[in-house]
Design a protein. Sequence first.
Length: 245
Amino acid sequence: MLPRVLEPLVDLVLPRVCAGCGHPGCLLCPRCAALLARPRLATPRRHPDGFPPTVAAAAYAGPVRPVVNAFKEHGRTELAAPLGAALALAVVVVRAGAGGGPVLLVPLPSSRAAVRERGRDHVAELTRAAVRELRRAGVPVTAARLLGRRGRVRDSAGLDARQRRANLAGTFVLREPVRRGSGLLVVVDDVVSSGASVTEAAAVLIPAARRHDTPVVAAVVAATPRGRPVAAVGPGPGVFTVRER
């Protein structure tokens, strides 16, 4: 991220445009920023068995899609702050649904090939930004890279939910144990579509977390739009209940 003193000079040479709609003069215009603050349950069309309760800050549609892609694929690292704030909002909502308390963010690990191609781990960047936002809001939060990856997976383009899950089977491994008192385990990622990655990650974490009666949920910046925005959240039977509009 550029030092703040250099930003006006950069704007003269390369004028800023909103990453969502192209409006000149801003990183993210108010209208597009507002779309990143509409939390909803992530509801994959073919709900994978074991898919954990997951809240997204936004629908992965309209201007949100180019915002996420600008950050993820086109090196717009300055978007880490607003997207991290959106992720923090999703964490707050999923935490409330699970009954509150401290949270431990577990970033979904990117493949080595993806990190090489992008030159960075974008999910780790989002996680750090979300931690800063949550701490400013007084939420007791830590982050740990509990998950690692092994082996290679083929390109998931064109695969359905079942095939994506099979493609990812055995990909994620536990790098270190889940410790007692860690708090609510929240798997974090940028986007949920089929839900295969989050489901596979949760399948690895749940047996380790169960020893300490630690729930496993997930929070993401955006999800393929099938659910409606969350109207109210609260603890209920089991781990998590959400009432929607």
